[in-house]
Ligand binder design. Structure first.
Ligand code: SDX
Length: 393
């Protein structure tokens, strides 16, 4: 009756919330957004259409999609004072704290956005986030490479505009490579939502206090920054580079993982829910083959990744623990091939996950029965005891 679902009667109620947005079957490796299988959306849809689906619950008609696209294009510009924000950060700042700070700051520019029950403003805040976060992300990148910020070009689609603001220069025209835009659009679709993962649960928990949408999304970005969550795609690249520097010795790395050497994990493997192959990893692996296959002479890190996957999937240590590649195992290789630096990979994850976060926040505000309440605990501390005066300690 309180909207809580315990996955297992013997399991302490984690306060897990109910939701109608995304369905995962971890054992069967199934993922559906609003009932549509991820495989079909990956093949037939676009990121902006999937964003609409997650937030409003249905695939849009052409009119609805055109209207949604036009509204987002109208809001891609940042307030000039918010642009000034970027000059305050150190040049080598990691883009994730830059992004979470800038998103949180949006609520200082849009005071009308603070009431979560004012539906027209929640709608406006939704459009502002979908439109401005790609601009903020591009600016975080430009800041890190010391290049001038580019204004959005609203004749371009959401992903193309982001790519141009990221890799374009004011002094010369920049043509977005349609292949790059298509690959990134697909990766954003695959990251768009994933039920009650760490960052989405964070957005829901912060939002459950009726904190505004910008504050809740900023909290989600911070949760995603963790290396066991969104930071894993960058950690996979560091892992593969380490194996490459060790002469490509995959067997040696795998034995270090099995010996549980401190801090040595098979990054991009394992999942709290999937105890089977992550369906997104399968799709991304094919994309990696396609994109990286075009690189003359192939890609050494992709070869190492494939050898690592093959070794792990045939090793009882990983099979017994149901450790399979997850969404992060191949994405980093693609992001690198598209021209992004490693520390920017988690920002790309955030851009993909944004519509899912927004959809969950809106669902929770509209239907309190889906709220994650105040989680309780099992107290394991001291029993009651009297205060000891300082001179007696
Ligand atoms: C994401 O929740 C989501 O939906 C997240 C996400 C999303 O879309 O939002 O899918 C995105 O975060 C994917 C996960 C990205 N993280 C990584 O790739 C980091 C590496 N993975 C691990 O940290 C780990 O697999 C977790 C945290 C992802 C999941 O851990 P589990 O399933 O809770 O497993 P566990 O920590 O209870 O470990 C079970 C056993 C342990 O061994 P034993 O103590 O039983 O001997 O498996 C081992 C662990 O040591 N293990 C690993 C391992 N993951 C688990 N051993 C080596 N390498 C790993 N990656």
């Amino acid at each position: 009756s309180t909207g809580y679902i315990t996955h297992d009667p013997g399991f302490v109620n984690t306060g897990a919330a109910s939701s109608a947005i995304t369905y995962i079957d971890g054992d069967a490796g199934i993922l559906r957004y609003r009932g549509y299988p991820i495989e079909q959306l990956a093949q037939k849809s676009t990121f902006i259409e999937v964003s609409y689906l997650l937030i409003y619950g249905e695939l849009p008609t052409k009119t609805q999609l055109d209207d949604f696209t036009e509204k987002i294009q109208r809001h891609t510009l940042l307030h000039e004072d918010l642009k000034a924000f970027f000059s305050g950060f150190p040049r080598d700042a990691h883009p994730m704290p830059v992004l979470s700070s800038a998103v949180s700051a949006l609520s200082t520019f849009y005071q009308d956005s603070l009431n979560p029950f004012d539906e027209p403003n929640v709608e406006l805040s939704t459009i502002r986030l979908l439109a401005k976060v790609p601009t903020l992300a591009a600016y975080a990148y430009k800041k890190s490479v010391g290049q001038p910020l580019l204004y959005p070009d609203n004749s371009l689609g959401l992903v193309e505009n982001f790519l141009r603001m990221t890799f374009g220069f004011p002094a010369e025209p920049y043509e977005v490579d349609p292949e790059v835009a298509k690959a990134l659009d697909l990766l954003f679709i695959l990251h768009a939502d994933h039920e009650q993962n760490c960052s989405t649960s964070t957005v829901r928990l912060v939002g459950s206090s009726e904190a505004n949408l910008f504050a809740s999304i900023s909290a989600g970005i911070n949760a995603l920054f963790g290396p066991l969550h969104g930071g894993a795609n960058a950690a996979v690249l560091d892992m593969l580079e380490g194996i490459k520097n060790d002469g490509g010795d995959v067997a040696n790395f795998v034995s270090r993982v099995k010996n549980k050497e401190k801090g040595v994990k098979l990054m991009g493997f394992g999942h709290r829910v999937y105890k089977n192959y992550d369906p997104r990893a399968k799709i991304i692996k094919n994309t990696a083959d396609e994109i990286l296959g075009k690189i003359a002479g192939g890609d050494e890190l992709l070869d190492i990744a494939k050898k690592l996957e093959e070794t792990a999937l045939s090793d009882d240590y990983f099979v017994e623990r149901k450790l399979y590649p997850n969404v992060d195992f191949y994405t980093g290789l693609i992001y690198r091939a598209l021209g992004f630096p490693t520390k920017y990979f988690t920002v790309l994850f955030a851009l993909g996950r944004l519509p899912g976060w927004i959809a969950h926040w809106r669902e929770m505000i509209q239907d309190p029965a889906t709220k994650i309440g105040r989680p309780r605990q099992i107290y394991t501390g001291e029993t009651e005891r009297d205060y000891t005066p300082l001179e007696q300690r």
